[in-house]
Design a protein around this ligand. Structure first.
Ligand code: UDX
Length: 443
């Protein structure tokens, strides 16, 4: 059965979820407080870069299945299935998650619920949040016990958001009690996915919340593990890329998320591991997660290490050096620069007195906004003009495909630092470049 759904929050998660639920045939209303975002989305324009999302958005707006509003009243009278997809950023000056946006959806929506409804939380929240919100809903919703809250965490990766929403590895559903309406509604909403045999794991609220934070903690740990090994490889003259391929053949280990480089960033992994540590502390289980501190510090060390490599490459002082930075997004196929290692390295190098020019295929607008003092070029060639060193910090396909021969006449010194181990060292060295990766042999 097709349902009427409201999705609160129209960021990476919410906008994708709203468009994809409409793609599954449901009638969907996207809700946000940001009128400028709503105007763009209503006009069929995605306010960020996410491959394939604009097609899904336009198709479903045209089909009349997808609309956007800032009115909670409209959402409450239109839908009886509500998804919460607002952000849970890191609190200022603290490790914990800021739940202001999640709380305000509940506070605004709850008093408007006059018909039996189901609310699914998708945002990443500290364990225990769902139980608290559920109790609060009972207090403020006119329907009282007839509103059910379930937790249905989202695992989408930016750059693959549509694919991950329509064909996820698994669906996780945390329920207050088994066999209620929430499970029935979830099975209807996700009927097409369940038909595809996508596993549905039904559990309690706390486990569902913890599945998400544990998954992200594991991924962050995997990346920091290989980055720690990469430090040892550098000290021992070994090659971390070959090592990752070799250990990755073991199915118990797996090759994914074993790419050494300048580490993880973005709107999720860094803040999620910190919020996880903070929550474990509140629960009296802080010792269990002390290793995540190390994961975090290995990760942050990667950025400083890249700055050091750049300093060495230009002869010991960055003062007055011309540094070309290719890549600003926290990963390719995204325009997201939140906690981006690339932009952070560019900023640190500039602070040491270098003249830094940045180019990114999609993240220029966002980078300029948060880092207006860096110089920006409109293509790879202009970025590398007169450079003393070229840094590749985001592994965009177009950077991997660069023919070093075309850059040779433009740069001052043919030195490339590969912060993502994404270039072929042989190709660059054969073209007369001094290539240096991270945890790779210098030759
Ligand atoms: C992540 C999780 O993957 C996703 O399941 C969750 O829902 C949200 O957080 P995302 O932030 O989109 O998704 O990015 P992801 O692909 O996980 O990459 C995170 C960071 O790790 C990027 O900066 C990336 O460059 C870095 N990374 C990834 C590595 O440094 N090495 C790797 O091997 C993989």
């Amino acid at each position: 059965m097709k349902r009427r759904i409201a999705v609160f929050g129209t960021g990476y998660l919410g906008a994708t979820h709203a468009a994809c639920m409409a793609e599954l045939g449901h009638e969907v209303l996207g809700v946000d407080v940001d009128e400028s975002k709503l105007a763009k989305l209503s006009a069929g324009e995605v306010p960020f870069y996410e491959p394939g999302l604009d097609d899904v958005l336009k198709r479903n707006i045209d089909a009349g299945r997808l609309r956007f509003t800032s009115s909670y009243e409209e959402a409450a009278s239109f839908a009886d299935v509500h998804f919460i997809g607002v952000g849970t950023p890191q609190k200022k000056g603290e490790f914990g998650a800021d739940l202001t946006y999640v709380d305000s959806v509940i506070e605004a929506l709850g008093p408007l619920l006059t018909e039996p409804s189901v609310i699914f939380g998708k945002s990443t929240v500290p364990v225990g949040t769902a139980a608290r919100l559920s109790q609060r809903l009972r207090e403020i919703a006119p329907v009282g016990e007839s509103v059910e809250l379930a937790w249905n965490p989202e695992f989408l990766r930016e750059g693959f958001a549509v694919q991950d929403t329509l064909h996820p590895d698994r669906l996780v559903l945390g329920l207050e009690k088994p066999g209620g309406r929430a499970e029935e509604v979830a099975r209807e909403v996700y009927a097409d996915l369940l038909e595809e045999q996508i596993p549905l794991i039904i559990t309690d609220l706390a486990t569902a919340e913890l599945v998400k934070t544990s998954a992200n903690a594991f991924l962050a740990t995997k990346i920091s593990f290989i980055n720690a090994i990469s430090e040892v490889c550098e000290a021992a003259g070994a090659d971390v890329s070959v090592l990752a391929d070799a250990i990755g053949h073991d199915v118990r280990i797996g090759r994914h998320f074993l790419n050494a480089g300048i580490g993880f960033g973005g709107g999720c992994l860094p803040k999620d591991i910190r919020a996880f540590m903070a929550r474990a502390g509140e629960l009296g289980a802080d010792q269990a997660l002390t290793f995540l501190r190390e994961v975090d510090s290995i990760n942050m060390r990667r950025r400083t290490h890249m700055v050091e490599l750049a300093r060495e490459a230009v002869g010991g002082s960055l003062l007055g050096a011309r540094v070309a930075v290719l890549g600003a997004a926290f990963k390719p196929n995204s325009d997201d620069v939140r906690d981006s290692p690339a932009l952070n390295v560019a900023g640190q190098i500039q602070l040491q007195g270098a003249e830094v020019t940045v180019f990114d295929p999609k993240a220029m607008f966002n980078s300029r906004r948060i880092f207006p003092t860096l110089s920006y070029a409109s293509n790879v060639e202009d970025c590398c003009q007169g450079a003393d060193v070229v840094l590749v910090l985001t592994e965009w396909k177009e950077f991997r495909a660069i023919d070093p021969g075309t850059l040779s006449p433009l740069v001052k010194e043919k030195i490339v630092l590969d912060g993502r181990n994404c270039l072929d060292p042989a190709v660059w060295r054969n073209a007369g470049w001094d290539y240096r990766g991270m945890g790779r042999r210098t030759e």
